[in-house]
Design a protein around this ligand. Structure first.
Ligand code: BEZ
Length: 219
């Protein structure tokens, strides 16, 4: 069965570059990002994992842990992080799952449609995890799912942006408009009446249409 937003994130035990983890226990009470890449020692992945190393302090500030995954063994991950640091200038301090038996890849549907179900004889292009991202909330539910093709590196600034939006909208009755970034005006959700809005947004708001009301980002 394919995963959907709001499903509980499947729990698992896995070997990582930082030892064995039990996923839900590892997440703890905060947010988490699980992201897969096709193969160690490949160019696009090298840039992606380096960029996530750069962004990790931003995720930490937001009480969000990050964890990478591919079907490569821990030894490969450990040797590859040296290349990532050398070429990208950031050291990978987050754990990387070694999913050699494809357990997590199958639980999270990270394999492409023509996947044979075994890691033997695979090539990076045909038989590896695709570029998936899952954002998981403190309630262990899936909040975002994203899948990218092999040949396109992801925009992890966007993942940070979505996390900001989700954390804001989890605690305030607002939604964020197109291309919103933290600090921009937000939208009062339609389920809030003008009467209720008066109590929630004391500085007022701008009504463009009865269903489109803009307000300063609540703090
Ligand atoms: C890469 O990360 O560069 C890559 C991985 C798999 C297929 C194509 C490119």
């Amino acid at each position: 069965m394919s995963l959907r937003i709001n499903d509980e994130a499947p729990d698992f035990t896995a070997n990582t570059t930082q030892g064995v983890i039990h996923f839900h226990e590892w997440i703890g009470n905060g947010w988490a990002i699980l992201f897969s890449h096709p193969k160690d020692f490949t160019p696009v992945c090298t840039t992606e994992l380096g960029y996530m190393a750069k962004l990790e302090p931003e995720f930490t500030k937001r009480n969000c842990k990050i964890i990478g995954l591919s079907v490569d063994p821990v030894d490969n991950h450990t040797r590859w992080v040296k290349d990532i640091e050398e070429t990208q200038g950031y050291s990978v301090n987050y754990p990387m799952i070694a999913d050699s038996d494809l357990l997590v890849a199958k639980l999270y549907n990270m394999l492409p449609a023509d996947e044979a179900g075994t890691s033997e004889g695979r090539t990076a292009a045909t038989n590896a995890t695709v570029r998936s991202v899952f954002i998981i909330g403190p309630d262990k539910k899936i909040k975002l799912m994203l899948t990218y093709p092999m040949t396109t590196g992801r925009n992890f600034d966007e993942i940070l942006r979505v996390l900001d939006s989700m954390q804001l909208t989890a605690t305030h009755k607002v939604a964020t408009p197109v291309n919103w970034k933290s600090g921009d005006d937000v939208i009062i959700v339609p389920s809030v009446s003008d009467e209720e809005a008066k109590g929630l947004f004391k500085e007022g708001w701008k009504t463009l249409k009865p269903y489109l009301r803009l307000v300063k980002q609540p703090r």
